[in-house]
Design a protein around this ligand. Structure first.
Ligand SMILES: Nc1ncnc2c1ncn2[C@@H]1O[C@H](COP(=O)(O)OP(=O)(O)OP(=O)(O)O)[C@@H](O)[C@H]1O
Ligand SMILES: Cc1cn([C@H]2C[C@H](O)[C@@H](COP(=O)(O)O)O2)c(=O)[nH]c1=O
Length: 203
């Protein structure tokens, strides 16, 4: 049987990474074979593109095209073969991030992004997307202390607010694919919500 494709989304510092390995362990305990991965990245070429994307200033369309180039490679080398082999794939970000960051944050035309989405994975969408949502101030307080900020994390508050609102808008239009997880709660409370949401597609 084909594996399931689960993605985690949210503004920077929302808590995605904290919960991804935990979910992988939960699914493994239920007998699933699971691979965890991330975007941009997930392949040797994708990781090189990630390093450029997170550090080098570039035109916003170049940024969107490189996100999709890395994604094309990721789909071909990791995601599609894994799903076909019955492995579950959990990805830290996917195309919803491009819509939220390059569309909502930077203002790139959503019509152009839709063309790229249809081209690169018109046949495939995540089975479930967990959107970690929380106030920007909470996310920034969490990451502020511990990181050298990358090119996206260094953007002004308005940028991140637009990203957050774009994610929420897309969730509302997703026919239930994108589930909002209230992320300004304790890790244990969030894990409980994730368990409930995952049981929907584990049945
Ligand atoms: N529910 C929570 N309550 C308090 N702190 C949390 C919670 N979830 C995560 N954190 C902490 O917040 C910080 C950011 O979490 P994490 O790295 O998981 O976020 P992220 O969404 O993966 O961020 P990014 O997209 O920027 O990589 C970490 O220090 C983590 O330990
Ligand atoms: C896939 C994708 C990512 N981004 C941005 C969002 C984040 O700021 C970084 C990735 O860093 P993370 O710590 O691994 O979350 O890249 C983007 O702007 N567009 C995308 O499509």
């Amino acid at each position: 049987m084909r594996g399931k494709f689960i993605t985690f989304e949210g503004i920077d510092g929302a808590g995605k990474s904290t919960h991804i390995q935990w979910l992988a362990d939960q699914l493994t305990a239920r007998g699933k074979t699971v691979v965890t991965t991330r975007e941009p990245g997930g392949t040797p070429l994708g990781e090189k593109l990630r390093a450029l994307l997170l550090a080098e200033p570039m035109h916003l369309e170049t940024e969107a095209l490189l996100m999709f180039a890395a994604r094309r490679e990721h789909l071909a080398e990791v995601i599609e073969p894994a799903l076909a082999a019955g492995t579950w794939v959990i990805s830290d970000r996917f195309t919803d991030a491009t819509v939220a960051y390059q569309g909502g944050g930077r203002g790139l035309s959503l019509d152009k992004l839709k063309v790229l989405e249809d081209w690169v994975h018109g046949h495939l969408q995540p089975d479930l997307t967990l959107l970690f949502d929380l106030p920007l101030a909470v996310a920034q307080a969490r990451i502020g202390k511990e990181r050298i900020l990358d090119r996206f994390e260094q953007e002004e508050a308005d940028f991140h607010e637009r990203v957050r609102q774009c994610y929420l808008q897309r969730a509302g239009q997703s026919n239930g694919r994108i589930r909002v997880v209230q992320a300004d709660r304790t890790v244990d409370e969030i894990k409980k919500s994730i368990e409930e949401l995952i049981s929907i597609i584990c049945l």
